[in-house]
Design a protein around this ligand. Structure first.
Ligand code: NDP
Length: 314
């Protein structure tokens, strides 16, 4: 039978959501977790995860997310497939919040943990799509190590691209950085770091025409958007760093968002929002670290805070 009311409603099924679910269910709060459109979140689009503590031999992203789900269910989390489309927060202290799922189901919640994640932007060309998981990645910190000593490329001219290019330059033999304009958007400090690396080949006015390779990335055909000149370069890894979109649309005008759409925690907390009993965790509120382990940590904090808040107020 469908529970129409939940003490803790968790929105999102990445490491933040499942960790919150593990803690909330072990505290006997019987959480309901809605998975969103992409059950398991961004990690389901990665291959090997080598940096999550406790997996000495690594684990592939989809397997890790299935294990997290099982762990949450083992303690009684009710995991449901569904997309939260609208939220009406109660204005009264300790009031009941109303959440609409798939535009046609309503569920009431005493407390809510928002862990809806973010979506990496991609270029949208077919060869990039085909080689995702075969050398195309949106996270240098996660996947850079697999290209140790090799030639790679990174696309983007913002702070993320600059930071990830310098990170890759410490591991890889050569990093070709492709910036579509004649200047970078990144802060001057980050640009200095890029310029200080001798093994970063910075190419302005450069875009990707095609990612080359059948099963794995073998190279790039790049085009100079001023001259039209094309060139092929051999690489084994391509990192896309052209920004993320936080999945915070249902909370627009309801909770404070920064200029890029990320939820802003309040009161000196990493996870508390302006509304008592409503918490945030993971990439929807973090554009800096964006790691599975940091998202999991925030999920844990949110669940512990929710438990304390429920004990004091309900
Ligand atoms: P940004 O939106 O700041 O930058 C995106 C970059 O990707 C821009 O250079 C943009 O080019 C380029 N781009 C977008 N679409 C395409 C495309 N289709 N093809 C090629 N290039 C493309 O995203 P970031 O992730 O870099 O940063 C997000 C926020 O996080 C920023 O506020 C940033 O300052 C912050 N941040 C801060 C860090 C720090 O302080 N250490 C580290 C990382 C991020 P164009 O300029 O031409 O639009």
């Amino acid at each position: 039978m469908e529970i129409k009311k939940s003490k803790v409603l968790i929105i999102g099924s990445g490491p933040a959501g499942y960790t919150a679910a593990i803690y909330a269910s072990r505290a006997d709060l019987k959480p309901v977790l809605y998975t969103g459109m992409e059950p398991g979140g961004q990690l389901t689009t990665t291959t090997e995860v080598d940096n999550f503590p406790g997996y000495p031999d690594g684990v592939d992203g989809p397997t890790m997310m299935v294990e997290l789900q099982k762990q949450a269910e083992r303690f009684g989390t009710d995991v449901r497939i569904g997309l939260v489309t609208q939220v009406t927060f109660s204005n009264s202290e300790g009031g009941i919040h109303k959440v609409t799922v798939d535009s046609n189901k309503e569920i009431e919640a005493e407390s809510i943990i928002i862990s809806t994640g973010a979506t990496a932007k991609y270029l949208g060309i077919p060869s990039e799509e085909r080689l995702k998981g075969g050398g195309v990645s949106a996270c240098a910190v996660c996947d850079g190590f697999f290209y140790k000593g090799q030639d790679v490329a990174i696309v983007g001219g913002g702070d993320t691209a600059a930071e990830e290019a310098t990170y890759l330059a410490n591991i890889c033999k050569k990093v070709t950085m492709l910036v579509r304009k004649d200047h970078m958007r990144a802060s001057k400090a980050m640009q200095h770091r890029v310029n200080a690396k001798e093994n970063i080949d910075l190419r302005y006015n450069s875009e990707i025409d095609e990612v080359l390779g059948d099963q794995v990335v073998e190279g790039l055909r790049i085009v100079n958007n001023q001259t039209g000149e094309k060139e092929e370069i051999p690489i084994t890894g391509l990192f896309i760093a052209i920004g993320h979109i936080p999945n915070t649309q249902p909370f627009e005008n309801l909770l404070p968002l920064d200029s890029n759409g990320y939820l802003i925690p309040e009161n000196g907390s990493q996870v508390q929002t302006a509304i008592p009993g409503v918490y945030v965790a993971g990439d929807c509120a973090d554009h800096v670290y964006r790691q599975a382990i940091t998202a999991a940590g925030m999920g844990c904090q949110a669940a512990i805070d929710a438990e304390r808040w429920l004990a004091e107020n309900k």
